[in-house]
Design a protein around this ligand. Structure first.
Ligand code: MD3
Ligand code: FE
Length: 203
């Protein structure tokens, strides 16, 4: 597991570093057009992670549930376009993990401030669960929790650092996963924040 080229999952340490200088201004423009916001779970709890999206589809949660939508519900405008650089990064990472021809149509932008966390969950809102998910970590380090097929399976802890890219697919695609509360810190480029991008084929 977590070895490149096998068509399962692969942890690609520092894979995004050559892209960062161009990626950060592109992300700035996206969150200016579609600001990061704390969405509510279907149960009415405010998420500690602030989110936005780019691409044809964006993931949202509200009282009506979890789903992908074409427009930002805050502005009623389409989500900002996916930057070409992000498509290139996602395609190259997927290929390195054994997935040729990965073309994501959705990019969820997760912003963690110290204390923010993501509870164990499964990602199953996408139409094609055979497609991988590419995640890009930027800014402060986080402890990723990698569980099993059951919520009760004890998760492994994996440090995800600035520039790391993980390709999640095959038998791992439906594993429970989450993020431990972000530790305080200051990153040279992103300040007191971790940004995680998840690139998906949602439609
Ligand atoms: C493993 N985000 O947005 S990215 C999410 O760091 C999410 O913000 C986390 O879980 C974050 O849904 C983790 C890594 C990730 C994404 C999807 C997965 C790992 C996954 C799907 C299946 C298994
Ligand atoms: Fe997830």
């Amino acid at each position: 597991p977590l070895a490149p080229g096998a068509g399962g999952s692969a942890l690609l340490r520092g894979f995004a570093l050559p892209y960062v200088a161009q990626l950060l201004p592109a992300l700035d423009a996206i969150v200016q057009a579609a600001p990061l916001r704390h969405m509510a779970t279907p149960g009415g709890l405010r998420m500690s992670v602030a989110m936005s999206n780019c691409g044809q589809l964006g993931w949202i949660t509200d009282a009506r549930g979890y789903r992908y939508v074409r427009q930002d519900p805050v502005s009623s405008l389409p989500w900002p376009a996916m930057p070409a650089l992000l498509l290139e990064l996602a395609g190259a990472a997927a290929l390195a993990a054994g997935y040729a021809g990965f073309v994501p149509d959705a990019c969820l932008i997760n912003s963690y401030r110290p204390g923010a966390r993501m509870a164990l969950h499964q990602d199953k809102d996408e139409c094609d669960l055979g497609a991988p998910i590419v995640s890009v970590s930027l800014g402060l380090p986080a402890t990723f929790l990698f569980g099993g097929a059951q919520r009760s399976d004890k998760p492994a802890r994996i440090a995800l650092l600035h520039g790391d890219v993980v390709v999640w697919g095959g038998p791992d695609r439906l594993r429970f996963h989450g993020v431990a509360p972000l530790a305080a810190g200051e990153h040279a480029l992103l300040g007191a924040q971790r940004i995680n991008l998840t690139l998906r084929k949602a439609g």
